[in-house]
Design a protein around this ligand. Structure first.
Ligand code: PGA
Length: 301
């Protein structure tokens, strides 16, 4: 068989995303180039690897075997890369970090500090939602992931490094702003502007209200914390966000934290990698930096 790693890499992406166009986007290639690589691979295997049903592509029996081997190839290649990075030492190499949307509010600061100390390391940062982080961990893609709670169904090695309190926010001058120890039932008539289903913030909020037996009403959900703060400021409802997303808004008194019983909702930030993953020296160094020093660089309001 005359196949190349590039063909396997392209095949893996099509198999994972079940779509030629999305695979082309992920690999920064044109769609015809992706099709060509798959066709060449099919020719060297001598069997079709995909069948097309509508816009989705599905693996054939041979394709399923190739997917198994393809993943082994990719893991082996990555392991080899880690070994070479180790030989080069901590001051060289690459570091791929993926973080949950809310964590981006402090992750850039951490990476900037780390980059200052290790100028030789090339860093890439992916900011994405919980579901995509779970998938990335499953496929062993990033070196490290920072998110609110280890995902279910994937074996990871996770360490908590900092608190992540969720607070209830209201626009300046809101009628509840002056009250102390507001009972939770007093806000059940309010409408909330909150993060989308699938985000860690949203599931923590729903768990909290269910646990306390109080109804929770939301008419608008948003995928961006920035948009939520603007919506709350504009009077669209109350919000519940991580305290890490607030800073200027509190300083300039555009938003206020409400003193509601049970709040802040207590959560933690975790840094993790897939169980059994061999971390490169750069990744090891970054993890230690986060666990030992993150709190020094993250200012809470
Ligand atoms: P998210 O982040 O709410 O932006 O998803 C926190 C988490 O992962 O729990």
């Amino acid at each position: 068989m005359h196949l190349t790693f590039r063909q396997i890499e392209v095949f893996n992406a099509v198999a994972r995303l079940q779509n030629y166009t999305r695979a082309a986007e992920a690999l920064h290639m044109s769609q015809p180039a992706v099709s060509m690589q798959v066709k060449q691979l099919e020719e060297s295997v001598g069997l079709p690897l995909f069948e097309k049903v509508g816009k989705m592509v599905h693996l054939t029996e041979a394709g399923r075997y190739m997917h198994e081997y393809g993943r082994h190839f990719a893991d082996l290649l990555e392991e080899a890369d880690t070994v070479f990075e180790a030989i080069k030492g901590v001051e060289r190499g690459t570091l791929a970090i993926s973080v949950a949307t809310t964590a981006s509010h402090f992750a850039t600061r951490l990476l900037a500090e780390f980059a200052k100390r290790h100028a030789g390391i090339t860093i890439s940062l992916d900011i994405t939602n919980r579901e995509s982080l779970r998938r990335q961990l499953e496929h062993n893609e990033p070196d490290l992931v920072i998110m609110g709670q280890p995902p279910e169904g994937v074996d990871v090695e996770a360490d908590a490094f900092m608190e992540n309190p969720l607070v209830m926010i209201a626009p300046a001058g809101h009628y509840l702003a002056k009250r102390k120890s507001i009972p939770l039932v007093d806000v059940q008539e309010e409408s909330f502007v909150v993060r989308e289903q699938g985000s860690g913030t949203r599931s923590a909020i729903e768990r909290f209200f269910t646990k306390n037996g109080v109804a929770f009403k939301t008419d608008i959900e948003m995928t961006s914390n920035e948009a939520i703060k603007q919506a709350v400021e504009a009077g669209l409802g109350l919000g519940i966000v991580s305290i890490h997303t607030l800073e200027l808004e509190l300083e300039t008194k555009r938003l206020q934290i409400l003193d509601v019983k049970g709040f802040p909702i207590k959560r933690h930030w975790y840094i993790m990698q897939r169980k059994g993953k061999r971390l490169s020296p750069a990744a090891e160094e970054f993890k230690t930096f986060v666990l030992e020093q993150a709190k020094e660089f993250i200012r809470l309001p």
